[in-house]
Design a protein around this ligand. Structure first.
Ligand code: GLU
Length: 392
């Protein structure tokens, strides 16, 4: 075997912790251990029947061949319609590329936009893959810490102060993974103001837009004003709202020239997203939406239960997330690093959670409650036993 000198770019990043821990939990479960997994943000529901039926029909109709790298024209149009109706964003099919999941839409964007040395502003806690993608492109992730006291929301002042002549992109994610916080419309407007004045790009990761609680609303930053629209790129996908994680269908929306560039990259890497899966995605957008509300109702009940349970455990504290399906828990009184906390909890009590360190913040863990109530209650009992034991 010749010397395995790996490319520098791959040695600069680490494997995705969310995927690694959920894979470990699955292996432990397969080995017969009674694991409660709060790790990956993956709805436990089956994909709704009408979506599966559309994909099956597409298979039967022979939609099994290569398609355009940027996606099936009918899906690009359906996404444009969705963005107009749901988000008040005016795009045509030429402004949309269908990608291999939401993650891949962000990857394509960053590869197409970020040059070595470009700065990308990322508020922390952030989703694990944002800074790694920037690093892979040779860019510089500029991490702006936010605290529980400020609801883990970057302020316009913090954003303004982080901007330099090298800033190219600001990554906005509301509702947020991992904190579940949602920016209020006036906060989005204030951030849009900073973005427009500084003349930088903002990518709005809206994958959790449909999972909201307690009357919270989602405003896309691109809908704030025509000027904000001109600075905005939208990333979204079907995984969370329609329980389609394994289908790998996401999309990016933005200026046609940018979409063309991402499509060029895609034409040399993955080519089109699985053709018949795209027909399932069309059915998701154009079919009945009550499945979204039904799953949302279940998440709301679980959220209520898990917040209550968490707050009853001495040594732990948490806010009330307004969106997504994550509880972000302060573990500082326990006195362990977040990684040690999660490792020991998994090894000793078979409860899988994600350490805050994966999201750029210590002293916290992320609990995904996209799982059934029985698992939630059993897992929280074990979490309580673990914390009690460590606190003595
Ligand atoms: N986005 C989900 C999570 O944060 C799925 C895993 C991943 O892609 O990171 O758990």
């Amino acid at each position: 075997m010749p010397p395995l000198a790996l490319a520098n770019r791959v040695t600069q990043v680490t494997p995705s912790m969310t995927l690694a821990i959920s894979a470990k939990a699955k292996v432990m479960k397969a080995d017969g251990l009674p694991v409660c997994s709060f790790s990956a943000g993956e709805p436990d529901f089956d994909t709704p029947d009408h979506i599966k039926a559309a994909a099956k029909a597409a298979l039967d109709q022979g939609k099994t061949r290569y398609g355009p790298a940027a996606g099936e024209p009918a899906l690009r149009q359906a996404i444009a319609n969705k963005l107009q109706t749901d988000n008040d964003l005016c795009y045509g099919p030429e402004n949309i590329i269908v990608t291999n999941g939401g993650k891949h839409s962000l990857y394509g964007l960053i590869m197409a936009l970020i040059e070595p040395g470009d700065e990308v502003i990322i508020p922390a806690p952030y989703w694990v893959s944002y800074p790694e993608m920037v690093t892979l492109a040779g860019g510089i992730p500029v991490i702006v810490p936010t605290t529980a006291d400020q609801g883990y929301r970057i302020t316009p002042e913090q954003l303004r102060q982080a901007i330099t002549p090298k800033t190219k992109l600001f990554v906005l994610n509301s509702p947020s993974n991992p904190t579940g916080m949602v920016y209020a419309p006036e906060e989005i407007k204030a951030l849009a103001d900073v973005v427009v004045k500084a003349d930088i790009w903002v990518v709005s990761d809206e994958i959790y837009e449909k999972i909201l609680y307690d009357g919270a609303t989602h405003l896309s930053i691109g809908a704030v004003s025509p000027a904000a629209f001109e600075h905005t790129i939208i990333s979204n996908g079907f995984a969370k709202a329609y329980s389609m994680t394994g289908w790998r269908v996401g999309y990016l929306a933005g200026p046609a020239e940018l979409i063309k560039a991402v499509s060029t990259l895609q034409s040399h890497s993955t080519s089109n997203v699985c053709t018949f899966a795209q027909y399932g995605a069309i059915a998701a957008l154009e079919g009945p939406q009550d499945c979204v509300a039904t799953m949302g109702q279940a998440f709301a009940e679980r959220r209520q239960a898990i917040i209550q349970r968490c707050r009853s455990i001495p040594g732990l504290s948490c806010g009330a997330p307004q969106g997504a399906f994550y509880l972000y828990v302060d573990i500082q009184p326990v006195g362990l690093s977040s990684l040690d906390f999660c490792t020991q909890l998994l090894d000793e009590h078979y409860v899988a959670t994600i350490p805050g360190s994966a999201f750029g913040s210590e002293g916290t863990i992320r609990i995904s409650y996209a799982t059934d109530m029985e698992t939630i209650l059993a897992g929280m009992d074990r979490l309580e036993a673990f914390v009690k034991d460590r606190l003595g």
